[in-house]
Write a protein that binds this ligand. Structure first.
Ligand code: CA
Ligand code: CA
Ligand code: CA
Ligand code: CA
Length: 387
């Protein structure tokens, strides 16, 4: 009678060791590393591919900070020191950085750019009073713009195929404020206060002479800060009490998924890339960065430091062959830029979106048909119209 007990005891120990090893492996998949820790504040990071940019505030002046990350062992941040203008709120696409710039000689904001590959600066938007908060994807830039200091905000676009001669066009110049645009693959998303509360709209820029608008989500409550990458749009939504993170599929609009919500704390500043969503979360009594995988439908914690980590942005870094999340971090008593490298099960998913994978679980099966049926009659938006 003694031997079976010994055996079962040994099995329990073996399973316990296995669980501990597997747990350690999963935790080790997220590697946190510093990117820019100069004195003063480094804030509002943007990332795409291997390039990270941020706003560097020191001595009452904002400059552009930038670094290319091709290895976690050698990260050498640079600052474009320019004491004659302020550089704020950068955005990145491929090897190009755009940001809002205000010369100390003038009192209005413009959008300017820098090509990291050719090391050249260029002007993107300078026609109107204020062009601010740019976003970029490929050769298209969008920004919120005011034609005069008293005007409301509109969304302005620029085709920068020819750097020396950007072609400007209005994406949405309706009454009230249209602002905070983001862009991916020719689709723009932005906040629109036309109806009195902040709602989300999108525009298809496939044909710049015939822009098609469509609602992303409109309804009770308000929603703000949209971000788009590929087919996923994510945003902050207050229809659930505190601010929650919600997301939807632009190419198959349906009732939005609430990705993270709580009655007790806010979730803010979502960003998305492929099948990974990140945001800042106050559940621990200070801001931390959390993530969610719509493919596996699981959330995960990225930072646990007891100071604030905010404003995350995410991309896939091909040189590192993994996802990179960047954010601003107060762990040393002023804002710095930190990053995390993710290549574990938390970011697992289909490598590229599958046609007809309506429920975004990386498998095309009868569940997609079920989803289509379940969505019928519950339209929250309409697909981009064919013209
Ligand atoms: Ca201007
Ligand atoms: Ca407007
Ligand atoms: Ca924290
Ligand atoms: Ca700092």
């Amino acid at each position: 009678m003694g031997k079976p007990r010994e055996r079962s005891g040994g099995l329990v120990v073996f399973l316990l060791v296995l669980v501990l090893v597997m747990g350690a492996g999963a935790a080790g998949a997220i590697e946190i590393f510093p990117i820019a820790r100069e004195s003063g504040h480094q804030q509002y990071p943007a990332v795409d591919n291997t390039l990270v940019a941020w706003q560097h505030d020191q001595g009452g002046d904002s400059d552009l900070g930038i670094v290319e990350i091709s290895s976690l062992n050698s990260i050498a941040p640079m600052t474009f020191e320019d004491s004659f203008s302020d550089a704020q709120r950068p955005a990145v696409s491929g090897g190009v950085v755009v940001w809002q710039s205000k010369s100390f000689m003038q009192d209005d904001w413009d959008v300017v750019g820098f090509d990291y590959t050719t090391e050249t600066f260029f002007t993107v938007m300078s026609t109107y009073q204020d062009e601010r908060r740019p976003a970029i994807c490929g050769t298209l830039v969008v920004a919120e713009a005011r034609t005069t200091a008293q005007a409301d905000c509109d969304v302005l676009g620029a085709d920068i195929s020819r750097r020396s001669e950007p072609q400007l066009f209005w994406v949405d110049a309706s009454a009230a404020d249209q602002c905070r645009p983001d862009i991916s693959d020719g689709f723009v998303v932005y906040e629109d206060a036309y109806s009195g509360t902040q709602q989300l709209y999108g525009a298809d820029l496939t044909d710049l002479d015939d822009i098609a608008w469509f609602p992303i989500f409109t309804g009770a409550g308000s929603r703000r800060h949209p971000a788009i990458a590929g087919r996923w749009v994510v945003w902050e939504d207050d229809a659930f009490g505190k601010w929650a993170i919600a997301g939807d599929n632009v190419f198959h609009p349906r009732l939005p998924d609430v990705l993270q919500s709580s009655d007790a704390h806010d979730c803010l500043h979502a960003d998305v890339y492929n099948n990974v969503v990140v945001w800042q979360d106050y559940r621990n009594g200070n801001w931390d960065i959390y993530g969610y995988n719509p493919t596996t439908k699981t959330s995960f914690q990225i930072t646990s430091n007891n100071r604030d980590q905010t404003h995350p942005a995410i991309t896939f870094n091909p040189d590192l062959n993994g996802y990179v999340v960047v954010w601003q971090d107060y762990r040393k008593g002023n804002w710095d830029i930190y990053g995390a490298y993710l290549d574990g099960p938390e970011v697992a998913g289909c490598a590229s979106p599958l046609p007809s994978d309506v429920n975004a679980d990386s498998v095309v099966d009868e569940k997609d048909l079920d989803q289509v049926e379940a969505d019928q009659g519950k339209r929250n938006g309409i697909p981009p119209t064919e013209n």
